[in-house]
Design a binder for this molecule. Structure first.
Ligand code: CA
Length: 589
């Protein structure tokens, strides 16, 4: 044995020395850079959320409530060709380059100064991909000399930042089974952390961590109760414990196709060392098939980034029967209440409540409506943390006369949510969250459904309707200490873009009508707007370059609303598609 093992050990030692040298020599974006992103470093935009905690707040203030009248385009860049559709990305900025993902799983590197195209990578998508909600992508991650993003056929691709050449490419799952991905990954402690999309196809939601430099899987954590988590090391797959307890909150075998897609990805809170991530709807939509809470669907989770262990969970919509999902982003902030500072997290859920949780343990602090109408619940019980349901749910089809269609009910919010994917921002100067909300409801009914791999798994029909004639979208400033709405801006079309806030007392967001707009962060007064030529449903960012502050935002109308929006989609069918990146700075006179 000794003789056999000796050369093996020497070999292993040699390999680890080589790896040690290689990782020490990695240039480019480091773990420390990512910790500093948006906090100490404002010359780059290095991560989804702008900072790890996802506040989308910048301390930059050259562009402010006084100077913004002089904000003009520096340049614009067209993505080109006939591939347009929704442009929902958050650009990244590093080392003089802007990295922006675009519809149809494309990514561009553009010179940040001039708008010159440096390279484009167009991922080859197979026929038969199954994205639920347009061919969008929300952004990339940076680590070392790599830029990493996910694709609609459920792959993860890492490219060299300089050349755009593929360094590694890993299959996350099988697109034919309904898996896809459009979220921006994040990198924490050298691991690239992703979720999966496909809740409308009965996939099983999970969170994966891979070595960011090689793409190799390190751990995987399913978020539906009953499934086993795993860790991977040196080619060995090791069980890392069940998620929850099999059969506890799910009937029969339904947990095996239970949904809970983690389709928006997550943020990272360095103070509690947690990845904070939301999980989507339980599958199928017809809740009568799956009595029980259906953990951990429609929930918020805190996950240990090193092991994948779930530290705490909080479920916003038990036994979700409306596709309220629950993937909405969890933004860490310091809550000042009763003379104390609490490590809190804010979440504007699709179900219409704004939740504040203690992010050290997931305990509910408050839940207040941020939309005008909620038919499904009158509030949330602060003792139990559970919604106080009205009982207004779509009827059970198995109890209908012909067994084919349950009673139709009108529900608000609609399944497109009081707020959908578009990320809110938190401004530590004003202490306010800025939430892109929508006012709409839906007729919804349930139908019988059985699972078939790769087929839509809903058991529901619906028609989305506006609640008001004069507006659907409402950008709302919410005080997390009281739940009060301090100001609002109403928009005719639904809001579908991300929010940016700055120390310049500004809040930026886009509209489907094509405008990038800026508001006074304290009062909500509209201070500036610019027409970009197509709907703005991307995420604005800001950075400083050679002493000047810049703002960038993608333009290109699309996403879920035109595809699923029913009467709302008809009302705004005149909106046109596009595909471009706009960059602004102050005009020098
Ligand atoms: Ca869903």
């Amino acid at each position: 044995m000794m003789h056999a093992r000796f050369p093996m050990n020497r070999l292993a030692l040699g390999v680890s020395l080589l790896l040690g040298v290689a990782s020490a020599a990695v240039a480019g974006v480091t773990d420390q850079n990512l910790l500093d992103a948006g906090v100490k470093d404002n010359k780059s935009v290095l991560t989804w959320g702008i900072d790890y905690q996802g506040t989308r707040y910048s301390p930059l203030k050259q562009i402010n409530a006084d100077t913004i009248k002089d904000l003009v385009p520096a340049w614009t860049f067209s993505y080109g060709d006939e591939k347009q559709r929704g442009q929902e990305a958050q650009p990244l900025v590093y080392n003089g380059k802007i990295f922006v993902t675009a519809s149809y799983s494309r990514i561009y590197a553009v010179d940040a100064k001039t708008g010159k195209k440096l390279w484009v990578y167009e991922h080859r998508l197979p026929d038969g991909i199954l994205p639920c909600c347009d061919v969008i992508n929300r952004g990339a991650a940076l680590y070392g000399d790599l830029v990493i993003y996910s694709t609609l056929d459920a792959q993860l691709v890492a490219l060299n930042q300089e050349t755009g050449k593929v360094v590694w490419r890993e299959k996350m799952d099988n697109y034919k089974d309904g898996y896809s991905n459009s979220a921006a990954p994040i990198v924490v402690k050298g691991l690239v952390i992703t979720g999966v999309s496909g809740g409308e196809f009965g996939v099983v939601g999970r969170v994966d961590a891979r070595d960011a430099l090689t793409g190799k899987l390190v751990w995987t954590r399913p978020v539906i109760e009953g499934h086993m988590g795993y860790t991977f090391k040196d080619g060995q797959k090791t069980e890392a414990g069940l998620t929850g307890e099999t059969g506890k909150t799910w009937p029969g075998d339904l947990w095996q196709t239970g949904g809970g897609a983690t389709w928006l990805g997550g943020y990272y809170d360095p103070e509690t060392d947690s990845v904070l991530i939301g999980t989507g709807n339980p599958a199928p939509w017809n809740a009568h098939t799956r009595p029980g809470d259906n953990l951990y669907s429609a929930s918020s989770l805190a996950i240990d980034p090193s092991t994948g262990k779930i530290k705490w969970h909080y479920q916003t919509t038990p036994n979700d029967g409306w596709d309220f999902d629950g993937v909405n982003e969890l933004v860490s902030f310091d809550l000042k209440k009763d003379g104390k500072t609490i490590k809190a997290v804010g979440k504007a859920d699709r179900n219409g409540f704004f939740y504040v949780l203690d992010r050290t343990n997931g305990k509910l602090i408050s839940a207040t409506p941020f939309v005008t109408k909620q038919t499904w619940a009158t509030g949330v019980d602060l003792k139990t943390g559970r919604p106080i349901e009205t009982g207004v749910r779509p009827g059970d089809p198995s109890k209908s006369a012909d067994g084919k269609k349950g009673e139709t009910v009108f529900s608000a919010p609609s399944f497109l949510g009081g707020k959908n994917w578009m990320p809110m921002a938190y401004n530590k100067d004003t202490g306010l969250f800025y939430v892109p909300a929508n006012e709409w409801g839906m007729d919804i009914w349930n139908e019988p459904i059985t699972y078939k791999k790769g087929a839509a798994y809903l058991g529901a029909g619906f028609n989305i309707k506006p609640l008001y004639d004069d507006y659907i979208g409402a950008l709302r400033a919410i005080d997390p200490a009281t739940g009060k709405i301090v100001w609002e801006y109403k928009n005719y079309s639904p809001l579908w873009g991300g929010v940016l806030t700055t120390a310049g007392n500004l809040v930026f967001t886009g509209t489907p009508e094509g405008f990038l707009k800026a508001f006074d962060a304290k009062t909500g007064k509209e201070l500036w707007s610019y027409q970009t030529g197509s709907g703005v449903v991307g995420c604005p960012v800001t950075w400083e370059m050679d002493g000047e502050q810049y703002i960038a935002v993608p333009s290109g109308w699309g996403g879920a609303v035109p595809l699923w929006g029913g009467e709302v989609a008809k009302r705004i069918s005149y909106l046109t598609q596009g595909g471009s990146l706009w960059v602004f700075k102050l005009h020098k006179s």
